[in-house]
Design a binder for this molecule. Structure first.
Ligand code: GLU
Length: 287
């Protein structure tokens, strides 16, 4: 197979902590599927949030993945080095009239939601943005901008969906396309003043620029695919094939995460487990 025709997979962790078994499962599934399909495997470091990402975690990611027996192509793409690519995409969305500045603070948003019992939440459980695009007067916006107040750039979801029309994506193992429901997310933040991109924007731009054909990631990101398909459509980017795998749960049935102190791969290694033991615990064989 020429390099051009080979499927491209990627594992895309954020360096904001040590990898745990759930990450191992995603990385190993990407590697196993790439191997089975004669594909290529990329590693992308999703480090757009400078307040949470640290170089030592990035080094630990590479060390843990190599210890697990994985190999990936170099150079590794670090999202923070490609903010210009994201800014270009943002400009295109803005030129379509789909992006607006939102100066509302977290506290203002919280108060607005508190006064509206039953206010809808997005698939991650966060309340939808409770203000209309033009809720703040132009004069007030000018005043806050002039005062140097931070703002978020939000996607005008209703307008974006109106422009795109109905969208679907293709999920491995499902014969029928999955209907995307980006409206369920409301006016998502697409960039910030201080970080001129967002998870949603960076992931679709980078997947396209890296020629990713297969996105394999946890089920917790399945709902976000609706936003990704919308952005891909608006930006005329190709549509990858998606696989959202079941998450590993702890003994209490909670998804593994740094925030509940799930044991890191490093900790498993330090108590004497071998890479083969960890691959087995992650439920993916590389043979
Ligand atoms: N960086 C994201 C995370 O660590 C994953 C992004 C993706 O696979 O689309 O949760």
């Amino acid at each position: 197979m020429t390099d051009h025709a080979r499927p491209i997979f990627r594992f895309a962790p954020s360096p904001n902590g040590l990898l745990h078994l759930g990450h191992a499962r995603s990385a190993l599934l990407n590697a196993a599927m790439a191997r089975a399909q004669g594909g290529r495997l990329l590693l992308r470091i999703e480090d757009i949030d400078p307040s949470r990402c640290r170089p030592e975690f990035e080094a630990a990611i590479e060390e843990d993945l190599a210890w697990l027996g994985l190999d990936w192509e170099r150079p590794v793409r670090r999202q923070s080095e490609h903010l210009d690519d994201h800014a270009r995409a943002l400009k295109r969305l803005a030129a379509m009239g789909l992006v607006y500045e939102s100066f509302e603070t977290r506290a203002e948003i919280r108060r607005a939601v508190e006064t509206r019992p039953g206010w809808p939440r997005d698939p991650d459980g966060a309340p939808l943005f409770p203000f209309a695009r033009d809720a703040m007067s132009a004069a007030e916006r000018d005043r806050r901008r002039a005062a140097g107040e931070p703002f978020a750039l939000r996607l005008d979801m209703a307008r974006a969906v109106g422009r795109a029309g109905p969208l679907t994506w293709h999920e491995t193992g499902q014969a029928a396309p999955v209907a995307a429901d980006p409206l369920a997310w409301g006016d998502v933040v697409i960039a910030r003043k201080e970080v001129p991109t967002s998870y949603h924007l960076a992931v679709v731009v980078d997947d396209a620029l890296q020629g990713v054909t297969h996105v394999v990631r946890g089920e917790d990101l399945k709902a976000a695919t609706s936003v990704h398909r919308l952005l891909q459509h608006l930006l005329k980017l190709p549509e990858p094939l998606y696989t959202h795998h079941a998450l590993l749960l702890d003994a209490e049935g909670r998804k593994l995460s740094k925030s509940i102190g799930s044991r890191s791969l490093r900790a498993l290694r330090e108590v004497g487990l071998s890479p083969a033991d960890v691959r087995c615990m992650a439920g993916v064989s590389l043979e």
